[in-house]
Ligand binder design. Structure first.
Ligand SMILES: C[S@@+](CC[C@H](N)C(=O)[O-])C[C@H]1O[C@@H](n2cnc3c(N)ncnc32)[C@H](O)[C@@H]1O
Length: 244
């Protein structure tokens, strides 16, 4: 394509794009269709090692102790935009392999939600390609997974029960109170600032005071958001403020 043709093409494409955006804003049905066409469902076990190490060594023990002090016998975790359960099962593995032994009688309850209903089946199958599990510590991989050709399936005894709900976080949140919420690589990457504010407010409402919110390593909470204090800044971990 000559330079001149190329500029003309870009002008045409941008005009079409602007028209399409106007159409989108007036057509909820088209939004829904577009949603189904461009989901980004990439996830990995132990994605961002430093975050999961902080969770294992500091956050989870601290949240569990706080829960026990408040008379709770279980910790409630919500993985929002859970993809195929990689994040939820990583928390379950940290619990089963590292922490459970120090907190006898205590339980971990995990809810995973995603816009895509197909994720429920993937979570219950719990079988993953190597690319999904390659960041896991070697020992955990050998202990908790069975290799079947090129697929790695969680052994039944490590398949912690994960409740799955199909849910669009823009419009609905679970009806419960959580001690730990993981909302990574979704709201604070893809949503408009206005929507980020309203979703953050909704997340805050379903958390216990002092509970932890973990967002993606390359994400930030929107400016002037209320109700959260920074807990582990570099890892993008926040704590629900007790009063605000
Ligand atoms: C990039 S993946 C992130 C997965 C995981 N949280 C992580 O960080 O590894 C984004 C997930 O959010 C889901 N998703 C997209 N829009 C959503 C919405 N409006 N409500 C709930 N989930 C959504 C996608 O289906 C996908 O599984």
């Amino acid at each position: 394509m000559k330079d001149y043709d190329c500029v003309q093409f870009l002008q045409w494409a941008l005009e079409e794009l602007a028209d399409y955006r106007t159409y989108l804003e007036a057509s909820p049905g088209e939004w829904r269709m577009l949603d189904t066409l461009c989901p980004v469902t990439i996830s990995r076990f132990y994605r961002d090692k430093a975050v999961f190490t902080a969770l294992e060594q500091q956050l989870l023990p601290s949240l569990i102790r706080k829960a026990i002090d408040h008379g709770q016998n279980k910790l409630k975790v919500w993985s929002a935009g859970c993809a195929s359960g990689e994040e939820a099962y990583t928390i379950a593995l940290i619990w089963k392999l590292q922490l459970q032994q120090y907190f006898p009688g205590f339980q971990l309850e995990i809810l995973a939600t995603d816009l895509d209903p197909a994720m429920g089946k993937r979570i219950s199958e719990a079988c993953y390609p190597y690319s999904s599990i390659r960041y896991l510590p070697e020992r955990w991989l050998h202990q908790a997974f069975l290799r079947q050709h090129n697929i790695y399936c969680l052994k039944p005894e490590y398949k912690h029960p994960i409740m799955f709900h199909t849910q669009d976080i823009r419009y609905n949140q679970p009806v419960d109170l959580f001690d730990l919420v993981l909302c990574r690589n979704l709201v604070f990457t893809y949503f408009s600032t206005k929507l980020q504010h309203s979703v953050t407010e909704q997340i805050n409402k379903v958390m216990h005071p002092g509970g932890a919110l973990v967002i993606g390593c390359h994400e930030t909470l929107p400016e002037n958001v209320r109700g959260f204090d920074v807990w582990y800044g570099p890892h993008r971990i926040y704590r629900k403020a007790a009063y605000w």
